[in-house]
Design a protein around this ligand. Sequence first.
Ligand SMILES: [Mg+2]
Length: 365
Amino acid sequence: MQWIVHVDMDAYYVSCEIRDRPELAGAPVIVGHDPEAGPSRGVVLSASYAARAKGVRSALPVSLAATRCPEAVWIAPDFEKYERTAHDIRVLLRRHAARVVPLSIDEAALEVERPDPGSVRSWAAEIQAEVLRSLRLPCSLGASPFATVAKIATDQAKPAGIRVVPPEETAAFLRPLKVTAVPGIGPKTAERLHEIAIDTVGELADAPLPVLTSVLGRSAVGWRLLARGTPEPGLAELGPDQGPVQRSMDRTLARDSRDPAVLYPLLEQMAEGLGRDLRESSLRFQSVVVRLRWSDFGQLQHGRKLPAPTEGEAVLRREALKLAATLLARERDGAQRAVRRISLGVGDLSPAPPGQRALESFLAA
Ligand SMILES: [Mg+2]
């Protein structure tokens, strides 16, 4: 039978750093910009489990993290390292599964044919052991015939665990979980559900649809089906057409800057990373957007739709630089703010024909 195995690296950025500094194993480590080192800025990007025990979480403001965990070891992010490693992880995963769909820098879904839950579990254990042996990184895996359930299972298995949910156990597995275990139900939605006495997935499953719709809107139907252990059939598949229709990458600068000598190389790196990602997923893009967030938190974006679906890092790099130049020129004539954060996104994704590269990628090379 067909299974989806979801793989998620544990405390990914932190684990990459601890791998390179093994003396930090078990210590409270935070990847982010140390508030002591300069004006307090930004948020925690990744926290080790020892730091999490002190209440530090990803996305927590760094100043708050420093208060909760004064003994933390701070490490500035090295995105190039994380992307290089993510590439190695995907290469490894592709040796095990015919179909690997990257979901984020440290997460992927694999499709695999296995006769029973036991053999999925031993297959997952092999992958976990090999990731640890050859990349020296911990990961967790979840398996289910349904992609969303596999992802939830991975979260439940963390850290360094494996959770296989056979189809007939789906409802029983989900029922006791908090509603926030469901991808897409965030703290705000959970708060609104709490107001109508729904805290667990089981309570979500049992609630009358009109009541749910009043809180969740149109999403109520899908979430209720999932909660009952019978997700919509589409969720069992992972075709490229089911994958994300856009992808993006963000970077927060170590220090605000409007110097092209700082911004352009960073953007080129991002274009390389994103372009490589798309190539590995056999995806083409047709639109590119660059968004700059300024030091005063305002933001400006500029995008372009290309005449045809395209692939290749070179085209992406060229388009990204052109868009950024336009944005910076506009700013030069105006407020002259510095850039705090850069995002590069691609959209209108479509599968690339196998064994054939777009003409544009040769022209641009
Ligand atoms: Mg992760």
